[in-house]
Write a protein that binds this ligand. Structure first.
Ligand code: DAH
Length: 346
């Protein structure tokens, strides 16, 4: 048990200890106030705490010590006033112990790490709306009208406003809409990532959720090649997972890229967990990617003869799952402190 955990246990013990007469008051004093008491004993352990943490842990122990002392004074006063003496006043401004500071959510941690890695490669961060028109989410990304590709992503449609029902609105199914907004608003070259929340009409399970997070990436310039795509995502994978990570690019299809590839990383099948995650193949997908389709560039007013580019979209839940060993996607949104507390200090 860490010192803080021991302190918490003693705190609870103090709260639970009944003091109704002089003998109990004396026992309380010996156990929690005395030089050989449980609280003093914790201070002994301070020398074994890592140097960086010592100050913070020491403060917590002092809070506990003051708490025990103040409680003692209150009990003493109560007994004295029962004897006809004067009660010690209760100080309602005393700090509460223990302080619960909370921790950073694993998805926030993973997103921050993704941003950090790409920023070091010269990518900036862009943002776009979650409630989006059909045009930005699908049409501009080269999804043909009434084509089954639109059903690849089970969409939540937003009801048309009775007076302003001119555009079909929906909850974006991916962050790729921000590529379009960025390319429309600015002039090439583009080198940006676009983190955000996306929505799909899926039943919630250990593996799927109706909302999740993606980070989109876009790099458009003169002479951007498929090799640039591969180098960038390989570098990313090394920084995110480990320097000896193995990745593979598996041919795939997306309406907005040609050619398209899914990026897998090698987990192996040594453990039950890696076997399950990789469905027995040893490989697990972390992103979709490809060379931006010339139609998409043209839809944004960029000359595909002059510019080329690559794009990718990665799932933040998946990346956090691999980095932190999260077993069930539902944990991310249930706010169970037993889960969240495991990310304290990471
Ligand atoms: N939008 C795709 C999805 O949600 C992911 C994706 C694939 C994004 C390829 C891209 C890309 O930018 O080039 O499944």
């Amino acid at each position: 048990m860490s010192l803080i955990e021991q302190a918490r246990a003693i705190y609870q013990e103090i709260e639970a200890m009944p003091v109704g007469n002089k003998e109990q008051l004396e026992q309380f004093r010996i156990r929690f106030i005395g030089r050989k008491g449980a609280v003093e004993a914790l201070f002994e352990g301070l020398k074994d705490v890592a140097k960086d943490d010592r100050r913070a842990v020491g403060q917590e122990l002092n809070t506990l010590k003051n708490f025990a002392h103040d409680r003692f004074v209150v009990f003493q006063g109560q007994l004295e006033s029962a004897d006809g003496g004067v009660a010690a006043p209760v100080d309602l401004t005393l700090p509460v112990f223990p302080h619960q500071l909370g921790s950073i959510h694993p998805l926030t941690l993973a997103r921050a790490k993704i941003i950090e890695i790409f920023e070091r490669m010269g990518f900036s961060v862009a943002d776009g709306p979650e409630i989006e028109s059909d045009w930005y989410n699908f049409t501009a990304l080269n999804f043909p009208e009434n084509h089954p590709a639109r059903e690849m992503q089970d969409t939540f449609f937003v009801e048309k406003h009775p007076e302003d029902g001119t555009q079909d609105m929906l909850l974006r199914t991916h962050t790729s809409n921000v590529q379009i907004r960025l390319m429309q608003q600015q002039k090439p070259p583009f080198r940006a990532i676009m983190p955000g929340r996306v929505y799909r009409n899926e039943a919630i399970s250990a593996r799927a959720h109706c909302f999740f997070h993606q980070v989109e990436g876009l790099y458009v310039d003169k002479n951007v090649s498929f090799k640039d795509l591969k180098d960038t995502l390989y570098h990313f994978s090394k920084e995110m997972f480990s320097q000896d990570v193995k990745i593979r690019l598996r041919p795939s299809f997306f309406p907005f890229t040609e050619p398209s590839a899914e990026i897998d990383i090698w987990l192996g099948t040594d453990t039950e967990e890696t076997y399950r995650l990789s469905k027995g193949t040893g490989w697990v997908e972390i992103a979709g990617s490809g060379m931006v389709d010339p139609n998409v560039l043209a839809n944004c007013g960029i000359d595909p003869e002059e510019y080329t580019g690559f794009a990718f979209g990665m799932g933040v839940e998946r990346i956090a799952q691999l980095r932190y060993g999260v077993r069930d996607l539902r944990l991310y949104s249930e706010n169970d402190v037993r889960f969240l507390r495991q990310f304290e200090g990471i």
